[in-house]
Design a protein around this ligand. Sequence first.
Ligand SMILES: Nc1ncnc2c1ncn2[C@@H]1O[C@H](COP(=O)(O)OP(=O)(O)O)[C@@H](O)[C@H]1O
Ligand SMILES: [Mg+2]
Length: 653
Amino acid sequence: MDPLSQTEAASSLTDGQEAAGSANSANGHANGANGANGANGANGTNGSNGSANGKANGANGANGSPPNGHGSSSVIQQRVDSDFRNVLGKGLSVCRRNILTAGIFSFFVNVLLLAMPIYLFQLSDRVYTSRSTDTLIMLSLVVGGAIVAHVFLDMIRRFILMRVAVETEAKLGAPVLSAAAKASQNGSNREFQLLGDLQHLRHFITGPVILLMMDVPVAPVYLAATFLIHPDLGWIVGGTGLILFIIAVANQKLTAVPYTQANTFAMRANLAADAMARNSQVINAMGMIPEGVQIWGRETASSLKAHLAAQDRNIYMTGLSKLVRLFTQVAILGWGARLALSDQITGGMVIAASIIGSRALSPIEGTIEGWRSFIQARAAYARIKTLLENSPLNWERLRLPRPQGRVTVERILYVPPPTKKVILNGISFELEPGESLAIVGASGSGKSTLARMLVGSIIPTAGNVRLDRMDLRNWDPRQFGQSVGYLPQDVQLFPASIKANIARMREDVTDDMIFDAAELADVHEMISHFAHGYETQVLIDGSPLSGGQKQRIGLARAFFGDPRLVVLDEPNSNLDAPGELALANALSRAKRRNITVIAITQRPALLQSADKIMVIKEGTAQAIGKRDDIIPLLAANGAAKGAPAAPGSGTFQ
Ligand SMILES: Nc1ncnc2c1ncn2[C@@H]1O[C@H](COP(=O)(O)OP(=O)(O)O)[C@@H](O)[C@H]1O
Ligand SMILES: [Mg+2]
């Protein structure tokens, strides 16, 4: 056993207990909103799960310690990155070595088991004939010692595997979650399912199948032993092994498709249930529960049906292989008796051969039965490997000086793959640090898409978005994230206190920084009206905050940490008059602090605070220029359509 690995695994477990919950900051690393979902997924109920979170902290151990300001965050970042890049190679090398050790132990575990049949054979052929008690005592002592050694080694290999399992999940948990969060920025959150894959891997390593697989290398030794007893018996055992193998392959072929179908449908049923959870208000308000249940039920029924079909076939094939195995026992005993009658072998040898034969076959049979879970574990590992290796988080990036906030957008084109629809086309503009731009345009004209592109959440098909002349793709994601603020159109808060939400779930922050952001966004007064003030807990559905309140907390979150570029997507869509006033105040404060602000709006009120205005229509910039040049254009445009768009009221058409 490798004592080192034990201590390591144990220490990552304790890390997890000490600093549980700071996994969030590891996720913040990649993509805020999605990170939280993933963290929920990781917070299972059993012990080893805790260790996955544990490693999230283990990877950036400094997080667990008291706040030590900005200096430590870059250290944390580097440690996460280097963990991330090395985790599959160096990180898991201990695990690989330990699995090998367990394999070597398995060999001896099995060889020691030969003591039993040898004992039997010696008893019947030597002790009974010689009637020597001394021999009996000697033999018993030897076999007793072998059994103790067997049990002891068996325990050790299980201990090792258990630790390998925990270690694997602990090592991979944080990187997988980070990579999943990063991958999900392209709109899919399928990657979060990979946390399930990780659990699958752990279950496999701690399960019975891997032990049986480790027993397989000894099967040839057993087979050789039966050949030594008598070649005929060896052929019987060898032949049975071959038949069992053929049955198993047939079983795989017959059940692969229905099992895959069952899994696919089960996954879809889960997604349907998730969607119901997310839309619980709507479902209840409009009496949609039966429909929701029906959709879920359809997927579940299909899954169960496929599962049943697979299981039926599996039972047939397992029955067949059991039949073959039992008949082999009879064949060995029967043929052995015949050989014994013709004095070729002794009675003790027959019994020994029967035991050894079944020992040779049982790991083969077990492996075959468990082959599916091996395949699944292997596929799970392959998916994790692909995710980690292809993740953009792997690219090493230079940490640049803190940006000033110069934004350059060069002829961006956005055509998302499946639809081939051009959503943004040839938009270019440049903003100096501290300049503000308002983007106006009808609904569906591509404003939100542009906003997501400006914060690097989606990548343009062609063209570039640059911050301080550096393409967004080349920024270190964590550094970039800390330099920008983003308020999405559909504000979602994390289930945590208002304070934690404003602080972007970071723990290494001072109350001053939170207060500063709240002041800048002009939400301090609103927050102080809550009974628990900054400690008010926001629930998963956003209660007890109203839509407008959520939007204003989101605004403070966007301004947290003195960002250099802030992108606000319709920040006033849910605001009342005082809210709008607060927003205007926030924008003028941001200007004083030289923060570059890009605000999207459907309402003209915001325009007065902007230096520049861009009018966007069907993905192209119709007009862009100084505020005072564009406002008359907008007004004329509105008047021509008979809907005057005087600043301060109305909506753009
Ligand atoms: N991922 C996507 N795939 C395909 N179409 C999209 C995607 N995202 C947005 N769109 C389409 O792009 C257009 C612009 O959307 P959006 O930027 O949300 O508009 P706005 O914010 O101006 O109301 C819409 O027609 C929308 O259907
Ligand atoms: Mg929008």
